[in-house]
Design a protein around this ligand. Structure first.
Ligand code: HEC
Length: 152
């Protein structure tokens, strides 16, 4: 009896996995796609807060700016696992992420250096001028990766 139940459960899992595979890009209910979209949106929110302070330096608040830079820097390592493996295809991710993994990795590394540099600059900043250059570099890395690897 126990074995029959185990077998039935195993078959059920196979059906689920086969169902995901046969749809190829498996966008709906794909936890990897959903998790990265959620984190990317949180990054956008953090980024917009920093951008507003760069554009209007009178609004610069060192603690808030640093919190936002740290949030992106601290979650950076958790972002990229959501793009690993063929099951991760879908959403607005271009196929080139999987056909050109070295290129994608290069973008991740350039972004990682830029967000770490920004977090460091933010920890010593007294004004927007102190983080303006490193902020600009970090933000351009978001755009550079999107241009190459994100569908419109
Ligand atoms: C190394 C590549 C890379 C970097 C760096 C990167 N992104 Fe993305 N981003 C992507 C890809 C690919 C997608 C599409 C993912 C999907 O739809 O499945 C995306 C999607 C997004 C989305 C859309 C989320 C949604 O589904 O609504 C936002 C917003 C976003 N990124 C913001 C940012 C911000 C802000 C930064 C910088 C702080 C950033 N990204 C850095 C690759 C990157």
């Amino acid at each position: 009896m126990f074995h029959k139940i185990t077998l039935a459960a195993a078959c059920f899992m196979t059906v689920i996995l086969a169902g995901c595979n046969s749809s190829g890009t498996a966008t709906a209910n794909n936890p990897q796609v959903e998790d990265r979209a959620k984190l990317m949106k949180d990054w956008r929110h953090a980024n917009e807060g920093m951008k507003a302070m760069i554009e209007d330096p009178s609004r610069f608040d060192a603690i808030t700016f640093k919190e936002r830079a740290d949030f992106i820097a601290d979650t950076n390592a958790t972002m990229w696992v959501h793009f690993e493996g063929e099951m991760a295809q879908g959403g607005h991710a271009k196929d080139e992420i999987w056909t050109d993994p070295e290129g994608f990795q290069t973008k991740i590394e350039a972004f990682t250096s830029s967000i770490n540099a920004l977090a460091l600059a933010a920890s010593e900043a007294a004004s927007a001028a102190d983080v303006e250059a490193s902020y600009g570099e970090m933000a351009s890395q978001c755009g550079s990766c999107h241009k190459a690897y994100k569908k419109k």
